[in-house]
Ligand binder design. Structure first.
Ligand code: GLY
Ligand code: MN
Ligand code: MN
Length: 272
């Protein structure tokens, strides 16, 4: 296009603005951060609604509808992306599209969802036990992913690249899986962890970014490790949204429960 324009208007020179716009979009202003915080707070309320509604027998699509209807009832009709609800083995499919299974006792359920606020996205994943208690392999896998989520958050700061975070997460998950005897071969981590741990977040869920550029103060990214064991019917992803600072980060989604005790307590007190 630039060649065409310069041929047609030889007196003008052109500049590709995309890299400039991308750089601007990667560093969020205080206003933008406020919008993302607001989107996350609303998403937290939607997740609470899901916890109240979750019971064996409910359909995955009903849960997606409950999240979306609740959003509309709060004047939040814009979603960051189509709501993902996957129970049991379905959670091992990355962007599970069908959502037409009944939720079953004895399984985990994975939600990946978010409302927008003035165009800015929340992108949150949480995984809950349908029965409200983590047991057996479900607990082991959940703990491995949770430990990784927290370790990446502890590690994240300005100067690292998203590739650095990915390498860190992959090594961490590999070690956790071997320690917990979930994998025999270290190389098999590729089979149970097959996506990135982070992306920039903003006006788009996968926001405009130069992934090679080291992180800077004011970047907002996700931290979303996961493990997916199709043969066990267990898929876990725990996704938070964080704000990068010089030597640390702030978890913007810290208010959304992810600790085992906190989740089990919420289920115990929900009264159904
Ligand atoms: N929900 C899409 C993603 O987490 O990247
Ligand atoms: Mn994400
Ligand atoms: Mn997500």
């Amino acid at each position: 296009l630039r060649d065409e324009l310069e041929a047609k208007y030889p007196q003008l020179s052109t500049l590709d603005v995309k890299p400039f716009i991308t750089s601007l979009r990667m560093v969020k202003s205080p206003y933008e951060i406020e919008q993302i915080r607001d989107a996350i707070a609303a998403t937290n309320l939607g997740i609470n609604k899901l916890i109240l509604s979750l019971r064996p027998g409910i359909m995955e699509y009903e849960l997606a509808d409950i999240f979306e209807f609740f959003g509309r009832s709060q004047n939040r009709s814009k979603l960051s992306f189509p709501t993902i609800v996957g129970s049991g083995k379905n959670a091992t499919c990355l962007h599970y599209p069908t959502q037409n299974c009944a939720v079953r006792s004895g399984e985990l359920i994975l939600f990946d969802l978010g409302y927008k606020s003035n165009g800015y996205c929340a992108d949150i994943s949480r995984t809950f036990p349908v029965d409200g208690v983590f047991t057996g392999n479900m607990k082991k896998v959940y703990e491995a992913v949770l430990n990784c989520n927290k370790a990446v958050i502890e590690y994240a700061h300005a100067g690292l690249t998203i590739a650095d975070l990915q390498e860190y997460a992959k090594t961490f998950l590999k070690n956790e899986c071997v320690r917990l005897e979930l994998l025999d071969e270290e190389d098999d981590i590729r089979k149970v962890y097959f996506h990135n741990v982070s992306h920039h977040l903003g006006l788009d869920t996968h926001d405009a970014s130069n992934r090679e550029k080291p992180l800077e103060e004011g970047n907002v990214i996700t931290v979303e490790p996961g493990l997916y064991f199709a043969d066990l019917g267990i898929g876990v992803r725990i996704e938070d949204d964080i704000l990068i600072h010089e030597s640390s980060c702030e978890v913007l989604s810290a208010g959304i429960p992810k600790e085992i005790e906190d989740i089990e307590k919420l289920f115990r007190t929900k009264g159904n």
